[in-house]
Design a binder for this molecule. Structure first.
Ligand SMILES: [Fe+2]
Length: 324
């Protein structure tokens, strides 16, 4: 019973905060700022837009049909729709963009030490993907920004940063240079863009696709408890446990909805449409990125022979963007 209650809490936190707020909602201001502030010919526009495909559409659908008063997610989660929304907003706003980059986040959580925690597939595979994306972003942006001055002097780019942090814009926390909120160096731009692409691709894959696995099976991970956790006492019977679990119709809805959300794979990380990059200089770094993703696929297959299989960060299973 205690384990089930922990699973209920985890399922609620996962959907509202880890999944919806910290991937879907985190990426949204980047989508709007990119379309509003960058010309379509801008190299950063070209790089980012494939990683935004479908994001506004799925977020709108979530707003209208899932996280809505009579919506599917609202009917499954423990709290009221108003409280779920507050939780999502808080979950997003208490985190700082710069502190959320994967290496820093793992360190802050105390799970970066491989001798203390030898196997942690999300960390181990995630860091490979992070580095691959970062190398690609670095090589790509290096074609257009030979110096920090070029970054600082890019008016479109600085307007983009401004809109992301503005109160009447993205209200993004902890983004940009600590003092000015602007983008002062090429190195920072590379990190920030890596974070956006990683969040829209790998991070979302890691939190979205387990929905169609352990999370769809209500006895393993109920999305709500049906007796208050406070009444659970030692010596509980099987009947007490069954009373805690969702009724069959709710369990069925959970299975259907989470199976759907966790089984749509549209596009693949690194697969840009033919002719998307019109600059011939992009071909070489792009093929380096694509080759590295293939190597990572093989490394993960090999790792899965020595650990409980973890497929969520295999490059072939990571879509380019948040679209479900
Ligand atoms: Fe999702």
């Amino acid at each position: 019973m205690a384990k089930t209650i922990v699973q209920i809490a985890d399922a609620n936190f996962h959907e509202a905060v880890s999944h919806f707020a910290r991937t879907h909602l985190l990426v949204e201001p980047f989508v709007t700022a990119t379309h509003r502030q960058l010309p379509t010919t801008h190299p950063l526009f070209k790089l980012l837009v494939p990683h935004f495909q479908g994001t506004l559409a799925i977020n709108y659908a979530a707003h209208e049909f899932l996280v809505a008063p009579k919506g599917g997610v609202n009917g499954l989660l423990s709290s009221t729709i108003d409280n779920s929304r507050v939780l999502m907003v808080k979950g997003l706003r208490i985190r700082e963009f710069n502190a959320d980059m994967l290496p820093q986040r793992l360190q802050a959580r105390g799970v970066d030490d491989v001798s203390a925690l030898p196997v942690y597939p999300y960390r181990d595979d995630g860091l490979l993907i992070w580095a691959a994306i970062r190398n690609w972003v670095k090589a790509y942006l290096g074609l257009y920004y030979p110096s920090d001055d070029k970054v600082k002097g890019d008016r479109h780019l600085q307007n983009w940063a401004q809109e992301l942090v503005a109160f009447d814009g993205g209200r993004l926390q902890g983004f940009g240079d600590r003092e000015t909120g602007q983008i002062e160096t090429l190195d920072y731009l590379i990190d920030a863009v890596t974070m956006v692409i990683f969040t829209g691709s790998a991070q979302h894959a890691a939190v979205n696709f387990p929905q169609d696995g352990i999370m769809s099976f209500a006895p393993a991970m109920p999305t709500a408890g049906y007796v208050p956790a406070t009444v659970v006492k030692a010596g509980a019977t099987q009947k007490d446990w069954l009373d805690l679990l969702p009724p069959l119709d709710q369990a069925q809805t959970q299975l259907n909805l989470l199976h759907l959300l966790g089984s749509v794979y549209f596009t693949k990380l690194g697969d840009y449409e033919d002719g998307h990059f019109t600059d011939a200089q992009v071909a070489a770094p792009l093929s380096t990125f694509q080759n590295r993703l293939q190597e990572i696929e093989a490394i993960i297959d090999q790792r899965n022979g020595d650990r409980p299989a973890y497929d969520y960060l295999k490059p072939s299973k990571i879509p380019q963007s948040i679209n479900i």
